[in-house]
Design a protein around this ligand. Structure first.
Ligand code: C5P
Length: 236
């Protein structure tokens, strides 16, 4: 298997659950996503334990603060030697530049973690933008502008819907990464995701990485399901 561009979202509460889940896999190098739930519960020890298994880590903490604070925080995260981290694009270009500076300062052996930006959360819609946030531009234009800001700040890509991936790549180039959640196999239930695509569709829509949680973590056979997702995303 080539290096995986499938980030398994480890949305578990405890280290014990994570260990039990990862023990099922023979794959030497998985790409896993550790989010707030797991990180706030189990912290740095969890990161070390996953790294000891040889897996790659997307640490999904979505930083958003004044530039100086984000810079210092990113310096600390880079020291964990994780592979990908993220920020909210709405924190400004200055904040995103500060994130990159902090990551560079904290990098181990010159290996800077990839840094991507969350544009508009998929839980937001035009009505919330208009009525609560007083942003009256069309949501798609906001996503594109914030992705442009992320590129200008030197970030490596954005988190977005697979359905937004093509237009982001058209505007900002194929090297600018699109990391896309909202993935389901055709046989799955949708849960709380509003718009979903299959791994095969995400490939056609040019997703650089896909983030897959419950489809794999709650499957009767997570390993087989992971391999099916992998095959589809590779186009096999
Ligand atoms: O279980 P599921 O595949 O829906 O999990 C998707 C993962 O991606 C979760 O960890 C969720 O927090 C994350 N995510 C998302 N939509 C976004 C950003 C992150 O679903 N816009």
């Amino acid at each position: 298997m080539n290096e995986s561009r499938i980030c398994i979202a480890l949305d578990f509460q405890t280290k014990a659950e994570v260990e039990e889940f990862l023990d099922k896999f023979q794959e030497e190098k998985l790409y896993v996503k550790v989010g707030m739930e797991l990180f706030y519960g189990e912290g740095i020890e969890m990161i070390k334990a996953i790294k000891e298994r040889g897996h790659k880590i997307f640490l999904d903490l979505k930083l958003h603060d004044i530039p100086n604070t984000v810079k210092s925080a990113m310096k600390q995260l880079a020291k964990l030697d994780v592979d990908m981290v993220n920020v909210h694009a709405s924190g400004s270009v200055a904040m995103m530049k500060a994130a990159i500076d902090g990551l560079q300062e904290g990098s181990i052996h010159g290996h800077r973690p990839l840094c991507i930006a969350v544009t508009c959360l998929t839980s937001l819609d035009q009505e919330i933008l208009d009525n609560e946030l007083l942003i009256h531009e069309p949501l798609e234009d906001v996503v594109l502008k914030w992705a442009e800001n992320a590129k200008e700040a030197g970030l490596d890509g954005v988190v977005c819907s697979p359905l937004e991936s093509k237009s982001i790549h058209e505007h900002l180039g194929m090297d600018f990464l699109t990391v896309t959640p909202g993935i389901r196999l055709a046989s799955d239930s949708v849960n709380d995701q509003k718009r979903v695509t299959t791994p095969a569709m995400a490939k056609d829509l040019t997703s650089s990485y896909i983030v897959v949680g419950r489809t794999i973590t709650r499957a009767d056979n997570p390993v087989e399901t992971y391999r099916e997702v992998y095959r589809q995303f590779q186009g096999e």
